[in-house]
Each structure stands twice: as C-alpha cells, then as structure tokens.
Design a binder for this molecule. Sequence first.
Ligand code: ZN
Length: 254
Amino acid sequence: MPDSTQRSFTASFTFDAELSDFLPTARRNRRLTYHFNDNPSIKDAIEAQGIPHTEVGWLAVNGGPVGFDYQLQNGDGVDVGPVNGSPGVAAPLPLRAQPPEVWRFVLDVYLGKLARLLRLLGCDALYRNDYHDREIVQVSVAEGRAVLTRDRRLLHARVLEHGYWVRSTDPEVQLAEVIRRFHLRGQTAPFSRCLACNGVMEAVPKEAVLEELEPKTRRYYWEFWRCAACGKLYWQGSHFDRLVDLVEIYTAPD
Ligand SMILES: [Zn+2]
C-alpha cells in the first residue's frame, strides 16, 4: 500500500533575509526544500512554511515573476521577497491592491501603547482591548486598515490585504518598526489625534475652556486642544516635552 501522506513533488524556496524572522533558526538564509502533492498555490506553500502572505512583497519562480495564484510545479525554484526594499526580480507582479495614500491601522489587543504612540504622531490607529481576531480582520477589510499584530497567525487570514507582524515588545521600538515598514517618516501630523480614543483633535481658545481648568493649568498653559469624539481636553502638560522629543525623533524626514 502506498503511503497516502507521502509527498511526491519538491520545490526549492529561498526566502529573503528580511523574512527570516518567520523561520526557525536552522532554516534561515539557505535554500529550503518543500515537499508537496497536487499543485498548491504558491501562497499556500509559503504560508505552510510560516510566512504570512501580508509580509511577501514579490515572488519569482525559476527567475520569472509570478503572482500568489501561481500553482507550484515539481522542480520549481522559488524566490520570495519582503514588502520593503527593491524586488529581486524584474517587473514583479503586484500581489495585492495598491496601498492607500495615507495609511490607517487597526491594532491587536497587545498593542495599546503602540496605538497611543501612533496617535501621538497623528496616525489613525484603531485599538480596543477587547477586540477578537475576527473583528480585527473585519475592520481591516471594511475600512481598508492595515493590521498591526504581535500574533503572526492573524496575518494568515485570506481576506487581509495589508498587515505587519510587530517584532519588538518595546512600544518605542515597535513605533520605529511601523514607521519604517509603512514609510510614515515625514507623513505624520503630530498632536492631531486623541491619544485616548483616536478621535480628531481641534485647537480651542483658552477662554472657551477656562472653567474646566485647575488653577495651575489656568495660570501656566495657553494652548489647548479638544478631541471632537470624546471631548477630552489636552494641553502642554508634564509629559509634553518627552512627547515632543519622540515626535521629533520619528517624524523628521531622512
Ligand atoms: Zn478622544
């Protein structure tokens, strides 16, 4: 009796070094043999090896560009490259819809601090601490938001177009990662979003908010902003200098 689980065909895969974070150490930076039956799509074959489709920027088979629906053939030599950087093949085929002109995000439940930092830079960053994975995917598709997540399995969802697996656990390093991946440097509008709810902030004259202020705030501060969504009032408080530093570090054009 032939073993029905035996896989008859092989293809070799080379993943760009940028994608090696998704591979076990022993499988990094080398040509990998992939065993398969039938003719799986190249997308499925890549995800079976642990790389979410949202992280793939270009594909080549035997030196020529292909798309995600290419069906793997016995003996194929596959090169897989990341979203950022120059493609390793001439005239790569687009793998997904064009990115939006201005990125908007939806973040998973582990990324609350990153959400606040993105809002500080003026990015539209939707976050709730009770989101289910399927809600995140739904919101991403319905509103054209890129998913930011610490859970790489979430990015395997077929319907997703844009997403990124956040590597670091440090919120400021995470911010730097997202700025690099989505080319946000020089594209931001600091202090235009509410850190608490992601609403849009508007400058308000001091006279309009006098009655809401503690005596010290009334005495020392002159510029105020109010969130149009939740009504929260902001002014240049004790953390402000630190926030200004952060904004300067992360938004100055290269
Ligand atoms: Zn708000």
